[in-house]
Design a protein around this ligand. Structure first.
Ligand SMILES: NC(=O)c1ccc[n+]([C@@H]2O[C@H](COP(=O)([O-])OP(=O)(O)OC[C@H]3O[C@@H](n4cnc5c(N)ncnc54)[C@H](O)[C@@H]3O)[C@@H](O)[C@H]2O)c1
Ligand SMILES: [Zn+2]
Length: 384
């Protein structure tokens, strides 16, 4: 089959790779209908993960049709149109039973690979990621193998189109999780750094949970406008304003109740990744701003923007202001049916995020547009 592969640093190509096969009785094989780029792919493209190898198939967010079923699959039939959660989770471990599938103990096929630089065994697996996330081939391909399919694949209601349902795989659950970790309550002021798809869907989730005011910070005019139009967020361009001052002014002098950091991860020296298998951000600007601006006793949620190690982090401010600091690398699965329901009821619309639709063969160009934020690209969506 044809698939979009990582080849080398800053080099992607559509190549011929072996067709996926059922390997486990709980697997299904999917014929992919759509797949999307994600901000979390960008560090991978630059080759900053030592566990990425040539011909790894990328693609965390995808949707397709079931074409083959393992004998133990109960919830799916051949021909079902399903969206597949980006996180790979077993459904049976202690974390999965609590609904915290993103912490699954069994989702990765190589859990020890995350240990050297991170001091932990890896969490749930993830499609289109290197070995530390299980090494599962991603959805930028004609076909994909979905392990634990009864747990991670969800039937899409007929009234929800592909370009909407696609984002129930990752961006929408990530945004929902951010609002949930922030414990956003009716009347809250919520500030979000980063107006990519994840930041925008965090804004929408905050509004749906009753936030009185949602402010979104970025420098890309089109993204800010989109967040304003589709998520009722107040745009704030960080090139034109002093963000802490502006946010305090807009929140009665106190600062936002909840601050979410959904920015991309700044580049780190390749040498650090090579030598220690870890990444380091020495300029966690957005994270620092969030900690400095959040009101006392507020919550700061980190979805992205500071991978591995971070220097110059204002830990003292976390203590002084009795902040709660929460993080998540990827979303749980339990909210996907609820999000699909909201999509079916038209409460959650996401198709505008698919700014560029391209055939899979144009995958490398799609990623270049996405990486450079060229032509207003928020997500490039590929059709095999
Ligand atoms: N935790 C999860 O569940 C989860 C899931 C998916 C993605 N992510 C992470 O969320 C982040 C956002 O994902 P995305 O796909 O929307 O990314 P994206 O790359 O499309 O967008 C990131 C945005 O952040 C903006 N930005 C960068 N620095 C900023 C700053 N200092 N202040 C304000 N804005 C700034 C950029 O201009 C860009 O618009 C990524 O780091 C990604 O890895 C987390
Ligand atoms: Zn599990």
């Amino acid at each position: 089959m044809r698939a979009l592969c990582w080849v080398a640093d800053d080099e992607l190509a559509v190549r011929q790779v072996p067709d996926p096969e059922l390997r486990n009785e709980r697997d299904v094989i999917l014929r992919v209908r759509r797949s999307a780029t994600c901000g979390a792919d960008l560090p991978l493209l630059a080759g900053r993960d030592p566990l990425l190898t040539t011909d790894d198939v990328l693609g965390t967010e995808f949707l397709g049709e079931v074409v083959e079923l393992g004998p133990a699959v109960r919830r799916h039939r051949v021909g079902d149109r399903v969206v597949v959660a980006a996180s790979v989770a077993c459904g049976g471990c202690w974390y999965c039973r609590q609904g915290r599938q993103s912490c699954c103990d069994n989702g990765s096929t190589d859990p020890a690979s995350a240990e050297p630089g991170r001091g932990r065994r890896s969490d749930a697996g993830c499609f289109g990621r290197p070995r530390a996330a299980g090494g599962f081939a991603g959805g930028h391909a004609e076909y994909v193998r979905v392990p634990y399919a009864d747990i991670g694949a969800f039937r899409v209601p007929d009234e929800v189109g592909d370009d909407r349902a696609l984002f129930a795989a990752d961006a929408a659950p990530a945004g929902w999780l951010a609002a949930e970790l922030g414990a956003v309550r009716p009347g809250d002021v919520v500030a979000i750094w980063g107006a990519g798809a994840v930041g925008q869907l965090t804004a929408r989730a905050a509004t749906l949970r009753g936030a009185a005011q949602v402010i979104i910070v970025d420098r890309h005019e089109e993204r800010l406008r989109m967040a304003e139009r589709h998520a009722d967020a107040e745009p704030l361009d960080y090139r034109r304003s002093d963000i802490p001052t502006e946010l305090r002014e807009r929140s009665g002098g106190r600062g936002p109740d909840v601050c979410v950091v959904a920015v991309d991860t700044p580049p780190s020296p390749r040498s650090v990744a090579d030598r220690f298998g870890v990444r380091s951000a020495d300029r966690p600007d957005a994270l620092r701003e969030a900690v400095h601006t959040c009101r006392k006793d507020g919550v700061v949620v980190v979805l992205g923007g500071a991978d591995g190690f971070v220097d110059a982090f204002p830990l003292g401010t976390v203590t002084d202001k009795r902040l709660t600091l929460r993080g998540a690398r990827r979303p749980d699965l339990r909210e996907v049916p609820m999000l699909l329901d909201r999509m079916a009821r038209d409460e959650l619309r996401t198709e505008h995020l698919a700014t560029h639709r391209l055939p899979l063969e144009h995958g490398p160009q799609g990623y270049a547009l996405f990486r450079d934020r060229a032509d207003g690209c928020v997500r490039a969506v590929f059709t095999p």
